[in-house]
Write a new protein. Structure first.
Length: 148
Protein backbone atom coordinates (compact mmCIF):
# COMPACT_ATOMS: atom_id res chain seq x y z
CA UNK A 1 0.00 0.00 0.00
CA UNK A 2 1.11 3.50 -0.78
CA UNK A 3 0.77 6.46 1.52
CA UNK A 4 -1.63 9.36 1.49
CA UNK A 5 -2.99 12.06 -0.72
CA UNK A 6 -4.06 15.58 0.26
CA UNK A 7 -7.05 16.91 2.16
CA UNK A 8 -7.58 13.89 4.40
CA UNK A 9 -7.65 11.51 1.46
CA UNK A 10 -5.63 8.31 1.61
CA UNK A 11 -4.20 6.49 -1.41
CA UNK A 12 -3.79 2.72 -1.45
CA UNK A 13 -2.23 0.70 -4.26
CA UNK A 14 -3.13 -2.95 -4.87
CA UNK A 15 -1.56 -5.56 -7.12
CA UNK A 16 -3.87 -7.35 -9.52
CA UNK A 17 -3.92 -9.30 -12.77
CA UNK A 18 -3.89 -7.03 -15.81
CA UNK A 19 -6.06 -8.37 -18.63
CA UNK A 20 -6.62 -5.44 -21.01
CA UNK A 21 -3.23 -3.73 -20.84
CA UNK A 22 -4.33 -0.11 -20.88
CA UNK A 23 -4.50 2.72 -18.32
CA UNK A 24 -7.48 4.70 -17.13
CA UNK A 25 -8.76 6.61 -14.15
CA UNK A 26 -11.95 8.14 -12.88
CA UNK A 27 -14.52 8.02 -10.13
CA UNK A 28 -15.67 4.55 -9.12
CA UNK A 29 -19.14 3.15 -9.73
CA UNK A 30 -19.45 -0.01 -7.63
CA UNK A 31 -22.04 -2.79 -7.60
CA UNK A 32 -22.16 -6.20 -5.97
CA UNK A 33 -24.28 -7.42 -8.90
CA UNK A 34 -23.00 -8.85 -12.18
CA UNK A 35 -23.49 -6.80 -15.33
CA UNK A 36 -24.81 -7.93 -18.69
CA UNK A 37 -23.76 -5.37 -21.26
CA UNK A 38 -26.09 -6.84 -23.91
CA UNK A 39 -29.52 -5.55 -22.93
CA UNK A 40 -28.26 -4.28 -19.60
CA UNK A 41 -26.33 -1.17 -20.74
CA UNK A 42 -27.51 1.24 -23.44
CA UNK A 43 -24.61 1.57 -25.93
CA UNK A 44 -25.75 5.05 -27.00
CA UNK A 45 -26.00 6.62 -23.54
CA UNK A 46 -23.92 4.35 -21.30
CA UNK A 47 -26.85 4.04 -18.88
CA UNK A 48 -27.57 0.80 -17.03
CA UNK A 49 -31.02 -0.27 -18.31
CA UNK A 50 -31.41 -3.68 -16.62
CA UNK A 51 -34.57 -3.49 -14.53
CA UNK A 52 -33.94 -4.36 -10.90
CA UNK A 53 -30.19 -3.74 -11.14
CA UNK A 54 -28.84 -1.59 -8.31
CA UNK A 55 -27.14 0.68 -10.88
CA UNK A 56 -30.32 1.17 -12.94
CA UNK A 57 -30.26 4.66 -14.47
CA UNK A 58 -26.58 5.26 -13.66
CA UNK A 59 -24.12 5.98 -16.47
CA UNK A 60 -20.93 3.93 -16.80
CA UNK A 61 -19.39 6.57 -19.10
CA UNK A 62 -15.99 7.73 -17.86
CA UNK A 63 -16.36 5.83 -14.58
CA UNK A 64 -14.20 3.05 -13.17
CA UNK A 65 -16.79 0.29 -13.13
CA UNK A 66 -16.34 -2.24 -10.30
CA UNK A 67 -18.42 -5.43 -10.28
CA UNK A 68 -17.96 -9.13 -9.52
CA UNK A 69 -18.10 -10.49 -13.09
CA UNK A 70 -19.97 -10.21 -16.34
CA UNK A 71 -23.04 -12.20 -17.28
CA UNK A 72 -25.18 -12.79 -20.32
CA UNK A 73 -24.60 -13.00 -24.05
CA UNK A 74 -21.28 -12.91 -25.88
CA UNK A 75 -22.75 -9.91 -27.74
CA UNK A 76 -21.81 -7.99 -24.58
CA UNK A 77 -18.25 -7.74 -25.93
CA UNK A 78 -19.51 -5.76 -28.89
CA UNK A 79 -21.62 -3.52 -26.65
CA UNK A 80 -18.46 -2.52 -24.77
CA UNK A 81 -16.83 -1.75 -28.13
CA UNK A 82 -19.91 0.26 -29.21
CA UNK A 83 -19.76 2.23 -25.94
CA UNK A 84 -16.18 3.21 -26.86
CA UNK A 85 -17.19 4.20 -30.41
CA UNK A 86 -19.97 6.36 -28.94
CA UNK A 87 -17.69 8.00 -26.37
CA UNK A 88 -19.63 6.39 -23.49
CA UNK A 89 -17.24 3.62 -22.36
CA UNK A 90 -16.11 3.16 -18.77
CA UNK A 91 -12.67 4.63 -17.98
CA UNK A 92 -11.71 1.16 -16.70
CA UNK A 93 -13.25 -2.03 -15.33
CA UNK A 94 -12.29 -3.93 -12.19
CA UNK A 95 -13.76 -7.40 -11.68
CA UNK A 96 -13.42 -9.78 -8.79
CA UNK A 97 -12.95 -12.50 -11.43
CA UNK A 98 -13.37 -11.59 -15.09
CA UNK A 99 -14.64 -13.85 -17.84
CA UNK A 100 -14.24 -14.02 -21.62
CA UNK A 101 -17.11 -11.67 -22.56
CA UNK A 102 -15.79 -8.74 -20.56
CA UNK A 103 -12.15 -9.51 -21.43
CA UNK A 104 -12.79 -9.58 -25.20
CA UNK A 105 -14.89 -6.42 -25.08
CA UNK A 106 -12.30 -4.48 -23.10
CA UNK A 107 -9.44 -5.56 -25.35
CA UNK A 108 -11.41 -4.58 -28.48
CA UNK A 109 -12.46 -1.25 -26.97
CA UNK A 110 -9.09 -0.56 -25.30
CA UNK A 111 -10.74 -0.25 -21.88
CA UNK A 112 -8.34 -1.12 -19.03
CA UNK A 113 -9.44 -4.34 -17.29
CA UNK A 114 -8.03 -5.99 -14.19
CA UNK A 115 -9.14 -8.67 -11.74
CA UNK A 116 -7.80 -10.75 -8.83
CA UNK A 117 -6.93 -7.67 -6.79
CA UNK A 118 -4.90 -8.14 -3.62
CA UNK A 119 -8.05 -7.16 -1.69
CA UNK A 120 -11.75 -7.57 -2.50
CA UNK A 121 -12.51 -4.54 -4.72
CA UNK A 122 -16.15 -4.59 -3.59
CA UNK A 123 -14.94 -3.94 -0.03
CA UNK A 124 -12.03 -1.53 -0.53
CA UNK A 125 -13.49 0.66 -3.30
CA UNK A 126 -16.61 2.75 -2.81
CA UNK A 127 -18.70 4.60 -5.35
CA UNK A 128 -17.15 8.04 -5.74
CA UNK A 129 -13.60 7.04 -4.77
CA UNK A 130 -10.97 8.20 -7.26
CA UNK A 131 -9.37 5.13 -8.89
CA UNK A 132 -6.45 4.69 -11.30
CA UNK A 133 -6.15 1.37 -13.14
CA UNK A 134 -2.98 0.27 -14.91
CA UNK A 135 -3.60 -2.98 -16.76
CA UNK A 136 -0.02 -3.14 -18.01
CA UNK A 137 1.58 -2.82 -14.55
CA UNK A 138 -1.21 -4.77 -12.84
CA UNK A 139 -2.03 -2.10 -10.28
CA UNK A 140 -5.08 -0.32 -8.92
CA UNK A 141 -4.66 2.85 -6.87
CA UNK A 142 -7.64 4.01 -4.82
CA UNK A 143 -7.98 7.43 -3.24
CA UNK A 144 -10.64 7.04 -0.56
CA UNK A 145 -12.69 10.00 0.64
CA UNK A 146 -12.09 11.76 -2.67
CA UNK A 147 -15.79 11.86 -3.47
CA UNK A 148 -17.50 13.40 -6.49
Amino acid sequence: MAAEGGGGAEARTYRCRGIAKFRGEGYALVTAQGISFFGGVDPKTGEVREKGHELFGESVAGRVLVFPKGKGSTVGSYIIYQLRKNGRAPAAIINVETEAIIAAGCILAEVPLVDRMGADPLKVIGTGDRVAVDGRAGTVTVVVNHQL
